[in-house]
Design a protein around this ligand. Sequence first.
Ligand SMILES: [Ca+2]
Ligand SMILES: [Ca+2]
Length: 235
Amino acid sequence: MNFRYFRSSFLVGFTALGLVVGCGDDVKKTSTNNSTNNANNTTNNQTNNATNNQTNSATNNTTNNVTNNGTNTAVPNYVALITDRTSGDVCNGPDPGSDIIYVALEDNTGKVLGYGNLKYNGITGDSNEFDIGANLDGTAPSEACPEFSADNVTSLGCGGSIGLMFLDADANLVAIEPGMQIRVSEFGEQCPTGSNDDEFEIFICTDTNAVVNNNVLTSCAQSLGGGSGEITVKP
Ligand SMILES: [Ca+2]
Ligand SMILES: [Ca+2]
């Protein structure tokens, strides 16, 4: 064998062997690295997912809270319902049931915030001569105990009801809120010619639209109390 050829072959073979051996090491390293990277990726994915879930959850909660807060904002109450509770012989007269002079919405010191304006008419009584509701126009009464006339007094009829919304001095609506009071003046014993024959009960209505536009009273479920003559109740 030619020595030069042998040396060349030896070098080629040795180098090739080294490459093979070297490649073997690299394959092992690559495999190990891949396993490590996969493990890291798995960990990272889990961490990212957890972080994303937390972020999404927080974002969703914030969004839901904003939405819920918007949805849950309390709708103001505007309507007070006065229902007559009178029974007996007085129901057969010309002014059956409670005879309302005015209704005032006041703050807790008695300062008038608005007067009742007739928005739901459930007045009854075939012989009721005081059923036009002219005095319930949202303005102040001319007198505490006026002449008993159809212009000054509204008789509900026995079992009848009226729904009122309150207007301030500028004819703007005033919502009924906790801390206020509602004062109903019925032509009763506080007036020189009145009597305590008639009784009524006051309710708050939570669905203004149903009462005012559809004559539906199912939301007028919260009783504030009642009586005869001049009565003050707190919503
Ligand atoms: Ca009456
Ligand atoms: Ca009366």
